[in-house]
Design a protein around this ligand. Structure first.
Ligand SMILES: *Cc1c(COP(=O)(O)O)cnc(C)c1O
Length: 378
């Protein structure tokens, strides 16, 4: 902790770089020998701090990083990250020079964009490294290669790969339900995978086009479909220690979202608490006012539906979560005092219970921890 964080001790996110390293090694050791490891560090490394996590992954010997956009890639380059970086999302072709000059790999999702990147690269006499994205059933970005569009899709990829000024280093697809149980989801994922490998083999047999790096496995697939690792895996969530099976394979969560009790008040039965008077005390209540609210990333949708960890037992959150504060019942947690640390999620308080209470997924909670919350690295 630096001094100002230490003095203030309001709300913070404790990030365990040791756990990230541990998770990296566990995942890496589960991969086939030559399989590369791409660490997904988009959205500030799911709230863990993109630059710190990327430095660690670079030091650990990861092969690639992925971000969502050019700004995220440049943050890493400006911070001294020299390893390969793939942009998963769209970059307007006007930025082709910046991509090339900073040695950033761009995803190409359709022929029209490939032509724009190609023209821009040729104009500056340079080559842009690209990965081709195939839409096999996520129905988001990528060359559609399914059903009636199968032939056109493959032809378009071949055309993109033969344009001047582009080096097609990789090809990838993204799964929609690799992390969800059930036979239907399994069939859907297998179908996505076989379509992907089919596209690759037609490109090779019909056009002689090959790719050094073929990849498709996100976190769900790394755990549930190890046979789909191909040349590289692309975990994000799993790297940070989350997911249904993360505990089973020995991964550890890397963020503890922490706050403190700022004040303790005693209320008579029948006292209305917080905005909207949605909570009314039933007994004489020792209420803790926590120094955390939705402006820190505690979801307001979880108001009155969640519990937090303290060293002296669990405490139930009461009433509407405010912008900068929320209340919790400390009547039975009598050892809790002003200054007592409270874990909102992390080692002791499963992030899934908070995300369920808020009607969302842990991914959203992780990247919703706001800028106001200092990250404390351990
Ligand atoms: C975000 C993302 C990933 C990582 O997904 P996780 O579920 O966090 O492992 C992988 N690939 C693409 C294309 C993504 O957008």
């Amino acid at each position: 902790m630096n001094k100002s964080d230490d003095l203030q001790k309001r709300t913070w996110a404790e990030i365990s770089l040791g756990n990230i390293r541990h998770n990296y090694e566990v995942i890496r050791n589960s991969l086939p020998g030559k399989c590369r490891f791409l660490g997904v560090v988009k959205a500030d490394a799911y709230g863990h701090g993109a630059l710190r996590v990327s430095r660690l992954l670079q030091e650990c010997g990861a092969d690639y990083l992925a971000v969502s956009c050019l700004d995220e890639a440049m943050e890493l380059r400006n911070g001294g990250i020299s390893m390969p970086i793939l942009i998963l999302g769209h970059t307007p072709y006007e930025y082709t020079d910046i991509l090339i000059n900073n040695n950033i790999t761009q995803t190409v999702t359709c022929l029209a964009k490939a032509e724009e990147y190609s023209a821009a690269a040729v104009a500056s006499g340079k080559t842009l490294r690209v990965h081709i994205k195939v839409d096999t059933g996520m129905s988001r970005l990528g060359f559609l290669c399914d059903g009636s569009l199968a032939e056109d899709g493959i032809d378009n990829i071949a055309a993109a790969c033969t344009l001047p000024g582009l080096e097609h280093e990789g090809i990838y697809t993204h799964f929609a339900v690799s992390d969800e149980p059930g036979e239907e989801n399994r069939a859907y994922t297998l179908r996505q995978f076989s379509l992907f490998t089919h596209v690759i083999s037609v490109l090779e047999s019909r056009f002689g086009i090959t790719f050094a790096i073929r990849h498709c496995a996100n976190s769900g697939a790394v755990v549930n479909y190890p046979e789909m690792a191909l040349d590289m895996v692309r975990p994000g969530f799993l790297l940070y220690g989350y997911g249904d099976s993360s505990g089973r394979i020995g991964l550890k969560p890397c963020m503890r979202f922490m706050t403190t009790v700022s004040t303790i008040k005693y209320y008579e039965p029948g006292t209305c608490v917080s905005y909207g008077r949605r909570f009314v005390t039933e007994r004489r209540t020792r209420m803790g006012i926590l120094a955390v609210g939705y402006a820190d990333g505690l979801p307001r949708a979880a108001s009155g539906k969640c519990s937090f960890w303290t060293p002296f037992g669990e405490t139930r959150q009461c009433g509407s979560i405010c912008m900068d504060m929320c209340m919790c019942d400390l009547t039975d947690v009598y050892n809790a005092q002003v200054g007592t640390e409270v874990e909102l999620f992390g080692e002791n308080c499963d992030i899934f219970s908070l995300s369920d209470a808020a009607g969302t997924i842990p991914y959203e909670l992780l990247c919703s921890v706001t800028k106001r919350v200092p990250r404390i690295y351990k």
